[in-house]
Design a protein around this ligand. Structure first.
Ligand SMILES: [Cu+2]
Length: 110
C-alpha cells in the first residue's frame, strides 16, 4: 500500500516556489487550525522529507503548477485532514515553509 497525491493548481502568483504539506487538522478561519505536519514516523533518524508528505511546487509564468508525491505507506483515517500551501519552499532541515497561504481539506485514509 502507498499514498500518492497529484494536484494541478492555477491562480498562483507567477514564477514562485511554495512549500506544501499534509497537515494533521482540518482547515479553519485561523490558519493554525490545520495543525502541524502529518508524520508517518517520529523516528529522528529518518529525514523529515521521508516521514512527512511534502508537495512543494513552483508556478509557471501563468501562475499554474503541479505537485506530485508518492509515499510507501498509507495515512491512517483520521490522522491527517488537509493540505496547506505555504509562502516559501520547505526548508529540508526544519520542515518550515513560511506563512500558511491556502488550505484545503482532504479525506485521507481508508
Ligand atoms: Cu505545512
Amino acid at each position: 500500500m502507498q499514498t500518492s497525491m497529484w494536484g494541478p493548481l492555477a491562480g498562483l502568483p507567477p514564477n514562485r516556489s511554495f512549500g506544501a504539506h499534509v497537515h494533521t487538522g482540518h482547515c479553519g478561519t485561523d490558519p493554525l487550525t490545520s495543525g502541524g505536519h502529518y508524520q508517518h514516523s517520529t523516528d529522528p533518524s529518518v529525514p523529515l522529507a521521508d516521514r512527512e508528505v511534502w508537495l512543494d511546487l513552483t508556478s509557471d509564468e501563468h501562475g499554474r503548477a503541479v505537485a506530485e508525491v508518492i509515499r510507501p505507506w498509507v495515512i491512517p483515517a483520521g490522522a491527517a485532514g488537509s493540505v496547506v500551501i505555504h509562502a516559501a519552499p520547505t526548508n529540508p532541515a526544519t520542515g518550515s515553509a513560511g506563512a500558511r497561504l491556502l488550505c484545503t481539506d482532504v479525506p485521507f485514509g481508508g
